[in-house]
Write a protein of this length. Structure first.
Length: 141
């Protein structure tokens, strides 16, 4: 169950830290709905999950968190002093708004980068070169 999974994760994170290797942990609050597991985008639930992730292993010096872009991202990442990579999410048709959210997240002291995947490589208009160039220019990092 959940307790065994957390104990296994803590052991793996601890072993990576012992080897001075980074563990990338994605704390996701999960709930059951209609017999299926669902991920909650609720900031308060994510903050609780981040608190659990922060306690994995004997030390957190080599642990980074991968956190989904949610409303109140500043409040969410403010719940930890650990380095954070924000999962960019799907910008949909409004990539300018997504870029603004990414830029704001990168201004937070814990946020060290953005993980932007298929939504950036496969934008709705099909022009991935334009999408990647726009993000790189906007973020200017």
């Amino acid at each position: 169950g959940t307790n065994n999974a957390i104990a296994s994760c803590a052991g793996a994170v601890g072993e990576l830290a012992r080897r001075q290797a980074v563990a990338l942990v994605e704390p996701l609050p999960v709930f059951r709905e209609g017999g299926r597991a669902r991920v909650s985008n609720d900031p308060e639930s994510l903050i609780r999950a981040i608190s659990v992730a922060g306690g994995l292993g004997a030390v957190s010096a080599y642990t980074w968190l991968k956190v989904p872009m949610v409303r109140n991202i500043a409040q969410v990442v403010g719940a930890t002093s650990m380095p954070v990579l924000v999962v960019g999410g799907d910008p949909g048709a409004d990539s300018a708004q997504a870029i603004d959210r990414w830029r704001a997240a990168l201004d937070l002291p814990q946020v060290r980068g953005i993980v932007a995947g298929r939504s950036l490589l496969f934008p709705s208009d099909g022009d991935f070169e334009r999408a990647v160039s726009a993000v790189a220019e906007a973020l200017g990092r």
